[in-house]
Design a protein. Structure first.
Length: 342
């Protein structure tokens, strides 16, 4: 009798499961067909990233992230722009991109000369996201990138700790370019928290390694007690490293660089550079494309018709995280650079 009762219960459970599975399969089928109808092929949609200095290793991660984002979203992602720091060539590349009427563009908004092209694109119905640098006075949709101030502040805090709060420091930068001035302000704010640290000079590298080396050498000779350099970009960091090596000051002068270029990382490995501040570069490119894609296809209904109302239902700024690289974690960044290499 007991066995028969168990058998009856088991059969009832199996029958119930069969009914549930049938219902689920029916529902899944309906949902699948709805999903198939909604999954539109958007591979012909082109999004263009306009930049400059494409020959720098720094932009390998951006190129990788942009392509990765295109693959993830099922669209075509194209990277254009001059190999050198040539603003006229960058404007020309931007104008050529606008002529292709892409679904959206991301632009390295490094100088105001790009403002007319940004506005021209938006007026032509092409949404623009600024990346890395920002030109907030334009009609751009959003800015995606780091807080330039935070980049400097993180670097300054880490250097101050390495100096135990004391010493003369020189800043290698590109003065009068907004994003680098903001980084310098971040460094200075961090140093202001340590009365024993004094900024003795700001050197202009012109974003050129040879210039950065010569500038760093001049500063070392002028300030023999210099305790450290900070760089607002990677040329400042590698310029300081080379100068310190050539003048036999390795170990005496600490260096905090910017960005995660392999040459800078190798100098950390060799003990020449103390550390560097890494932007979230590959992810930055991803979020730029994601912002444009969502603007086109996934806007929340802020109004009954966002386009007609002239509203932006998405973010106006996406701030990506900054990270400090030193000997404790640099191997992970070096391996990633191998992945990003073209």
């Amino acid at each position: 009798m007991v066995r028969r009762n168990y058998l009856t219960i088991a059969l009832a459970i199996l029958l119930g499961l069969a009914l549930v599975m049938t219902a689920c399969q029916s529902g899944t089928g309906d949902q699948a067909s709805e999903g198939a109808a909604a999954a539109e092929d958007r591979s012909a949609d082109e999004y263009i990233y306009v930049s400059a200095m494409g020959n720098l290793e720094f932009f390998n991660a951006h190129k990788y992230g942009w392509e990765w984002a295109g693959d993830a979203l099922g669209v075509t992602s194209t990277y254009v722009g001059p190999a050198e720091y040539d603003m006229n060539a960058m404007v020309a590349a931007f104008d050529q991109a606008i002529a292709k009427k892409p679904k959206g563009t991301a632009v390295f908004a490094v100088e105001p000369i790009l403002e007319p092209s940004i506005n021209k694109a938006v007026e032509a119905g092409i949404p623009v996201v600024t990346i890395l640098g920002d030109l907030p006075g334009t009609k751009r949709l959003a800015f995606v990138g780091s807080s330039q101030y935070e980049l400097g502040y993180i670097g300054g805090q880490n250097l101050a700790e390495a100096l135990n709060g004391e010493g003369e420091v020189a800043i290698l930068s590109i003065p009068s370019v907004g994003m680098f001035d903001e980084r310098e302000a971040g460094f200075r704010a961090a140093f202001d928290e340590y009365p024993g640290i004094e900024v003795v000079q700001v050197g202009d590298t012109g974003a050129d390694t040879v210039t950065a080396i010569n500038t760093a050498k001049d500063i070392l000779q002028r300030f023999p007690d210099l305790a450290a350099f900070v760089g607002t970009d990677s040329t400042g960091g590698i310029g300081a490293a080379t100068a310190v090596e050539e003048l036999g000051r390795v170990g005496e002068v600490k260096i905090v660089s910017m960005d995660r270029n392999s040459d800078v990382l190798e100098k950390i490995k060799e003990g020449v550079v103390t550390g560097t501040v890494a932007q979230n570069d590959a992810a930055m490119a991803f979020w730029a494309l994601q912002t444009l894609y969502n603007y086109n296809y996934n806007q929340a209904p802020l109004t009954s018709d966002n386009a007609a109302a002239g509203v932006n239902a998405g973010p106006s700024s996406v701030t990506t995280a900054a990270n400090y690289v030193d000997e404790s974690n640099l191997e992970y960044f070096l391996k990633a650079n191998e992945i990003y290499a073209p």
